[in-house]
Design a protein around this ligand. Sequence first.
Ligand code: FE2
Ligand code: FE2
Length: 134
Amino acid sequence: MNFIEITRNELIGINSIDEQHQSMALLVNKLYDKILSADRKMIKNYLYKLLEIVEVHFENEENLMRSTKFSGYISHKLEHDRFYKQMLTSTDRFSKGLETIEIEQLKGIRQWFFNHLEMSDKKCGKYFIENGIS
Ligand SMILES: [Fe+2]
Ligand SMILES: [Fe+2]
C-alpha cells in the first residue's frame, strides 16, 4: 500500500490535472521511502522536485480558472499560495540543515492534498468540464 493512493474517487476528469495529481502522489511516495531510510540527499532532491511539480500544477489550474472566469479563483489561488510558501520554507530550511522532515509533516501534506482536492479541485474541475475542457 502506497503512502498516497489516487483512486477513482480522486479523479476530477480533467486529464492534465489528474496526471499532475498522480505525479505529485508518486513523488510524495518516493519521499516517504527516503524519509524512512533517512536518506537526506534524496529527501532534498525529492522535496525540490515536488516543489517544481506543485508550482507547474498550481499554474495549470490557475490558468484554467482564469481563462474560464471561474468565480472561486481568488480563494483557490490563496490556498495554493499558502501551501506553496509553506513547502518552500520547509524545503529551504531542510536543505540548510535547520529542519528535519518527519513522516508527521508528510502526513500533513497528504491531508492538505486530499482536503484541497475534495473541497477545491473537484469544484473547479466540475466547472471546467461544464465549460468544455477535458
Ligand atoms: Fe488546486
Ligand atoms: Fe490540484
